[in-house]
Design a protein around this ligand. Structure first.
Ligand SMILES: CC(C)(COP(=O)(O)OP(=O)(O)OC[C@H]1O[C@@H](n2cnc3c(N)ncnc32)[C@H](O)[C@@H]1OP(=O)(O)O)[C@@H](O)C(=O)NCCC(=O)NCCS
Length: 178
């Protein structure tokens, strides 16, 4: 298994993976929503604000995730992880955790100091994310599942309360995704 920063000019393999994985796990409608979201994310986000990673085996993309820039009050640089998908037949083998860890190490190497995500705390706590209250860092949209608002420091310093609003990239700034 190889873990890469994806820099192919044709993102179709990645989009197809997201569509297939979410269709299998949550149904056709969700598969379409996630594939539209990833397409939009790739189309509308500046290259310096988007990092896509893939797990590949024999030239096949079997896992992928996206980190996009997340602007917080103050000077710290932050990215947010969304979405993540591992091909159905490869799930439960640790690939998701390894791919996310690879992404977090890459962010650290770029002096990114905070990572956020929005999802199942029981999964993301395996790779260092902790629940964060909106009194510490606000989410960019109203949260339908506040317990899924998660963050981790990448520089060893405790996350301090930040007053003021945060901003995600345009494609993620859609209340229906939150
Ligand atoms: C969620 C997902 C990315 C995890 O990747 P993975 O490679 O299968 O997971 P790993 O093998 O690294 O981790 C396995 C562990 O996570 C747990 N886990 C897997 N999927 C989970 C989920 N959706 N929710 C909670 N826990 C989950 C497993 O129970 C297992 O726990 P254990 O080690 O205590 O037995 C993958 O299953 C997937 O693509 N699912 C469908 C799409 C999705 O839900 N994406 C996440 C939201 S963006």
């Amino acid at each position: 298994m190889k873990y890469w920063i994806f820099n192919d000019s044709n993102p179709q393999k990645v989009i197809t993976l997201f569509k297939d994985v979410f269709t299998a796990s949550e149904g056709e409608n969700e598969g379409q929503i996630i594939s539209d979201f990833v397409t939009n994310l790739i189309k509308t986000t500046q290259p310096q604000d988007l990092i896509i990673l893939t797990a590949e085996e024999q030239d096949n993309v079997i896992g992928s995730l996206c980190f996009s820039r997340f602007t917080v009050p103050g000077k710290q640089v932050a990215f947010i992880l969304s979405p993540v998908a591992i091909a159905s037949h490869y799930q439960g083998q640790g690939i998701g955790q390894k791919l996310i860890q690879y992404g977090l190490d890459h962010l650290r190497s770029k002096n990114v100091s905070l990572a956020f995500t929005y999802g199942d705390p029981s999964y993301y706590s395996k790779i260092g994310f902790e629940q964060i209250n909106e009194s510490i860092v606000k989410a960019p949209c109203p949260l339908s599942m506040p317990e899924g608002w998660l963050a981790q420091s990448l520089n060893g310093q405790k996350i301090q309360p930040m007053s003021g609003n945060t901003q995600c990239v345009e494609a993620l700034n859609d209340p229906s995704l939150w």
